[in-house]
Every structure is written in C-alpha cells, then in structure tokens.
Design a protein around this ligand. Structure first.
Ligand SMILES: [Zn+2]
Length: 509
C-alpha cells in the first residue's frame, strides 16, 4: 500500500520541495524514515505515531517505510510531520482525495494530534507559489503571515482530524487571505521632536536617511546618541509591500515574528557589544539569520562600537558591501539578505570626557589611541557620515523652541529619496550612498568655486581620494534635500564637516 504527499524544507530563505512517499508492507511493525532526514525529522516518527493514534485513526501494525526525496538534499525542521502523517494515512487508505498531489502540507504535529506552528512558513509559501502550487495547508498559528500571498489558497488547520476530514470532503475549510496587509498606520512610540537642541546630529541623521548613508556619532555619554539612533527609523519612508515581505520572511525563519503577521515597520536592532560573530552575521547548526539580516531594510545600531570584538566588527565589512551574507554550512552555503543602514556610536575616549570643557579626561594618549584603533580604517571607510555630538547645552534643555517632528523630517527625506529614485532608475542602484564612483562626474558636477573649496579642504584635512568621493556623495544628498539639481558651495562646505572628523580622531592613511 502506497501514499504520496508534498511538503517543503528551507535552506536559508531558499525552499526545496520534498516528496513524502510511504510504503506499508507486511512484516514486523516498524517505521523508518529514509532520505537524509536530520535529528528533528527522525523524532518525527514518535510524534506522527502518537498523533495518528490519539486522533483515533488506526496506525498500521506493519513495516512502514517513509522516503523523503530528493534524497541528496539535507532536510531539517519539524514542519514535515503533517505531510508524513497524511502520507501514512493515505497509504493506509483512510484518506480518499484524487487531488492530493495539488496540496502541500506544512505543520508540526503535537502528540495529541494538534498541528503546531512552524518556522519559515512565509518563505515556504512564496517558494511553493513559484513552483505553481495553489493549495497549501498551514498551521492556524502561521496563517496571518502566509495570507499576505494572494494567488495561493491558504487553508489554516488546528489538528490532524480537521485535515483528514477536509481532504475526505467531510469538513469545509475556507482559504484565508488578508485584503490589504499594508493598510496599518505606522505608530512610533518615539519622535525626534522629543530631543531638545542637538541640531547638528538631527541634521546629520536627516542627510543619512535621505541618501542612504551610514553614520558614525562620536560624543560624550549622555549627549543623545542612543536617543537619536532610536528615532532614526521614524524618519525613513514606509516600506513597500515587497520590502515588508522580505523582512517578514527573515523574522519567520528566525522564529521572531511576534505579531504573526506582515511586518510593516522598519526593523531597528541594537545588539549588545558582547555579541558574538554568529549572533551578528548568523549561523548555527540550523543556520539562523543574525542581527545584520534582522536589520534588513532597517537600522543596525552599534552603540559603544569600540567595545565590540575587532573580529566581530570585521565580519560586517563584506555584507555592508554586498547587502547580503553568505553562511557556510557543512555541505552547502546559504544566503540571507542584509541590506541595512548602520548607525555606530562611540565615546571620544574610554572615560568619555575627552574634549569636554566641563569634565576632565583621565585617559592617557595611548589608551585613547588603542580605544579608537578598534575601529579599523576599512570599516570607517564604509561609513559615509561622521558627526561629533556635543554635550547637551543647558539652554537647549530650557528652550521652548518647537522642534521638528519625525513626520516633518520624513516628508523632506521622502522627497529627496524620490529625486534619487528617478535619477538612478535605469542604473541599478537606488541612492547617493550607492552611487558608483565612475558616475561622480556625471551626477555630482561642481562649480569652479566649489572646486576651490574642495582643494582647500584637501590640503587642510589631508583627505584621501575615497574621502573626497564620499564628500561629493554627501553634498549630492544635501542638494537633493533642497530639491536642487546643482550642488552649491554651501552644500560642499557642510559635507566637509562630515568627513573632517576622521582625520581628527584617527589620523590619515
Ligand atoms: Zn577620557
């Protein structure tokens, strides 16, 4: 007696279709699963047996062989339980459905026959859709995340009995979808208007948001570095549906999808400086996405960046360049997206008081140099905007001056982003931060007077060629924020400020 069903496994966000075949033959009662199953799937034998018995169906007292194919792909995850159970019940002639082949089954089985939530439901459904599958049985707990996909019938189930009765035509289950998953209004618990004064950091953040630039803040403790970083997502534009789906898939695989539905807010991640390389870039026995992937389309905030282990910081360089991360496994490598905006913050010295007129610094020159040297030049190189944050002025705290709200800043940012989108539409990149150097002459032309300013700054700050290029890109963003096609002297002067800090603290290379 024979039964056959479909299910799915994941490598990163990439799906693999898995066929589950069951053969029931005469012989001593025994159930074996073949076809490269991992430990979780081998445990599935006990779950499936108990679930079938406890649902009240007969579990065949024969020799049962379950084959997962294709055999050459390592399969992990407990989401195959349901397909295995349905395959056995079909082989045992308890399910009669001529269209069984058109369904894909996803779900972990509990011993009592309930169908439990799984990791990675959304990426699996998206993958199955790409293969042309139209019907997917999913655990009820995963239905909200899956139901954003419209051209697929998603059937939520709570237990094995429901699935069997549905397939036998004894129970009706309606497929479920969410009409408009992006409708939700964004509501943030924080706002830029709560920060009094600190105009230079707010301005730098506006430019960073508008041009997609990474940003590094250097300043004493309590100067509002973390406060500003937390508010950065509030000035970024809404995610598109495609971006929201990408982000949700990553959280689905990581098991971090708290609301169980489409994530429409940009992520903000702030890993502690004790974070390991694996927790930052991803990995593990069943490789999970790390902080850099959980920050995809959002913000990765590294506070006290010199406190991170140097080797942990160095692993950031490749994904910052490529917008994705390759994770090596025993017999394959997998890819997670990691296109994030980096906000880094540090004190000017180990005690935090260097350069502060009201407090004295107790650090030796050596200590300060060692501290700053933890951030390598190649890493600094990937951060366009550097900004010094001064301690909060007493007069700022008392000021009743109305501060720009996040919504007001976001409006300006969105306009500048739109200008870049149109300008670079045909060229394969989106913003000034990603503008390849070969296009600088075309998109960042300077007036004679601006060129003179650049030359003077070059002499004064000993800028490198790469620093000059970054400066041009920042000036481009400043002009875009004003809606100007032409880069003016003032734009160049302002951009110089965001590049001159490196030589002050780190010297030149
Ligand atoms: Zn100090």
């Amino acid at each position: 007696m024979y039964g056959r069903t479909n299910t799915c496994s994941l490598q990163g966000l990439e799906g693999n279709l898995v066929e589950v075949e069951t053969d029931i033959a005469r012989g001593l009662p025994r159930m074996t699963i073949v076809g490269l199953p991992d430990a979780a799937i081998r445990e599935s034998v006990e779950r499936v047996r108990s679930a079938i018995k406890n649902t009240g169906y007969e579990f065949p007292m024969s020799r049962i062989t379950v084959n997962l194919s294709p055999a050459n792909i390592k399969k992990d995850g407990s989401q195959m339980d349901l397909a295995i159970a349905i395959s056995i019940l079909t082989a045992n002639q308890l399910i009669h459905n001529e269209n069984l082949e058109s369904f894909v089954f996803l779900g972990e089985l509990q011993l009592n026959g309930d169908v439990g939530a799984i990791l990675g439901a959304l990426p699996m459904v998206i993958f199955l859709r790409s293969l042309g599958y139209k019907k997917c049985i999913v655990p009820k707990e995963n239905v909200e995340e899956c139901a954003v996909i419209h051209d697929m019938e998603i059937y939520p189930v709570e237990n094995l009995r429901e699935v069997v009765e549905f397939l036998n035509g004894e129970l009706e289950i309606s497929s479920y979808y969410i009409e408009n998953p992006m409708k939700k209004e964004r509501v943030y618990s924080v706002d830029f208007s709560e920060i009094q004064g600190q105009e230079q950091i707010k301005r730098a953040m506006e430019i960073a948001a508008a041009g997609g630039h990474n940003i590094l803040m250097i300043g004493p403790p309590g100067s509002g570095k973390s406060m500003s970083a937390k508010r950065f997502p509030t000035i970024l534009p809404d995610m598109t549906f495609e971006e929201a789906v990408e982000v949700t898939q990553i959280y689905s695989v990581a098991g971090l999808l708290n609301s169980k539905e489409l994530m429409t807010e940009r992520p903000f991640r702030a890993p502690h400086h004790t974070a390991s390389s694996v927790s930052l870039i991803g990995g593990g026995r069943i490789p999970k996405p790390g902080e850099i992937s959980l920050s995809h389309h959002g913000v990765l905030f590294l506070d006290e960046i010199p406190e991170f282990q140097s080797k942990v910081l160095e692993v950031l360089r490749q994904p910052m360049e490529e917008g994705m991360i390759h994770i090596a496994r025993a017999n394959a490598s997998l890819i997670y997206p990691a296109n994030f905006q980096l906000i880094a913050a540090l004190n000017p010295c180990p005690c935090g008081n260097y350069g502060n007129q009201n407090q004295s610094c107790s650090c030796s020159v050596n200590q300060i140099q060692r501290y700053l040297a933890k951030i390598s030049h190649p890493l600094l190189d990937r951060i366009d905007i550097h900004v010094e944050v001064a301690p909060v002025e007493y007069s700022d705290l008392q000021s009743k001056k109305k501060q720009s709200t996040s919504a007001e800043i976001r409006e300006r940012v969105e306009k500048a982003i739109e200008i870049q989108r149109i300008r670079y539409k045909e060229l394969g990149f989106r913003n000034n931060a990603n503008l390849p150097d070969k296009y600088l002459k075309e998109f960042c032309p300077l007036e004679e007077s601006s060129k003179k300013i650049m030359e003077m700054a070059y002499q004064k700050y000993k800028f490198s060629a790469r620093s000059l290029n970054k400066l041009l890109k920042i000036a481009r963003t400043i002009a875009d924020l004003k809606g100007n096609d032409k880069i003016e002297d003032g734009d160049v002067l302002e951009a110089i400020r965001y590049r001159s800090i490196e030589s002050k603290y780190w010297g030149n290379v």
